[in-house]
Design a protein around this ligand. Structure first.
Ligand code: SF4
Length: 331
């Protein structure tokens, strides 16, 4: 039995100050990820500050975009009329993740911070995991890595980022709003998560004591024509083997704007810049989509057991692009 101090935050500022002076303290909101990791012995906080009482659960559709409070639940975001109508890729990504029960508890902020499902990371019985125990090695590289990353990996870690929501938000140019001991700051989501490099234990740019307060998504009328396609081993309650979040603006038979991100294949929610560049200025045809997928997956560095993901991700991307193109021409 390990004692854990517990407190409830009255204000965001007091929550930040409380955590900032306690190196082994953590925020807790929905707890759907953190409590599992505590039970598994992966996370061992000495204190938890419950932030559920803070007024950070608003979901607001504004002229300049979408404002998602960090405590908005995944379920509430997924069924919000403005999300469904203006950013269907986000609603679809959320509904493809976890289970209904988990989506009722899981929050926007927590979803961004969820940790990998790599079994070597989550089972402390495995000694080799650079993410959990820096310098110990990587059990997956020479072990079981069928579900691991083909994009953004290093020789220290090949774990995938597990979030579906983050993949859609990365494609939509979302911005993370943070309150920390030194004030507020905003971080583009594309710069929020860190590829493993030689520090797999560092997964994001937040400093200790920084609290996610909101995520905003800029207005983009053509994002109404967007789609999230997820391929997995079973139809529900399963993480992606490969997924694609796609939004296209097509005008006069030419792709004017493209936003693409891939999930299940990257060490971070993977913004597919090469595919986007290959699409813009081209007609929305099968040949264009094939070339975009080929350009993006040319960067893949698969291992023996996950080489199938190269083809799987390419096909998922092409299928998602075809689905969006079939929705019609953007206004
Ligand atoms: Fe640990 Fe990353 Fe290797 Fe998994 S892939 S065992 S998380 S270092």
């Amino acid at each position: 039995m390990k004692p854990i101090a517990f407190g409830r935050a009255r204000t965001a500022a007091s929550a930040v100050q409380t955590i900032a002076v306690r190196p082994n303290a953590m925020f807790v909101a929905g707890g759907t990820s953190l409590v599992d990791l505590m039970k598994e012995g992966v996370e061992l906080p000495e204190a938890l500050i419950d932030v559920n009482g803070l007024p950070l659960s608003a979901i607001e559709a504004r002229a300049d975009g979408l404002h998602l409070g960090a405590l908005a639940t995944n379920a509430d975001v997924a069924r919000h009329p403005a999300v469904v109508a203006r950013f269907p890729v986000l609603a679809e990504a959320l509904l493809s993740g976890a289970s209904a029960q988990l989506r009722n508890m899981a929050t926007v902020g927590g979803n961004l911070l969820q940790r990998t499902r790599c079994p070597y990371f989550r089972d402390v019985g495995f000694e080799r995991c650079n993410k959990r125990a820096p310098g110990s090695g990587c059990g997956a590289i020479e072990g079981h890595h069928r579900n691991h990353a083909i994009l953004g990996a290093s020789d220290r870690c090949i774990a995938t980022h597990p979030s579906d929501m983050a993949v859609a938000l990365v494609a939509l140019d979302a911005v993370v709003h943070v309150l920390g001991p030194h004030g507020e700051r905003q971080i583009p989501l594309t710069a929020f998560h860190l590829a493993p490099g030689d520090r797999p234990d560092r997964e994001h740019v937040l400093g200790h004591g920084e609290l996610i307060t909101a995520v905003t998504v800029p207005a983009a009328p053509w994002a109404a024509r967007s789609h999230y396609l997820k391929v997995r081993d079973r139809a529900s309650y399963e993480f992606a083997l490969a997924s694609a979040a796609v939004a296209l603006e097509v005008e006069a038979g030419v792709i004017r704007q493209a936003r693409i991100a891939l999930g299940g294949v990257g060490t971070v929610p993977w913004r597919a810049y090469a595919a986007e560049a290959a699409l813009v200025g081209q007609p929305p045809t099968e040949a264009t989509f094939d070339e975009a997928a080929r350009m993006e997956l040319a960067q893949a560095r698969p291992l023996a057991q996950n080489a199938f993901k190269v083809t799987l991700a390419a096909r998922a991307l092409v299928k998602a692009l075809e689905a969006v193109a079939a929705k019609g021409v953007s206004a």
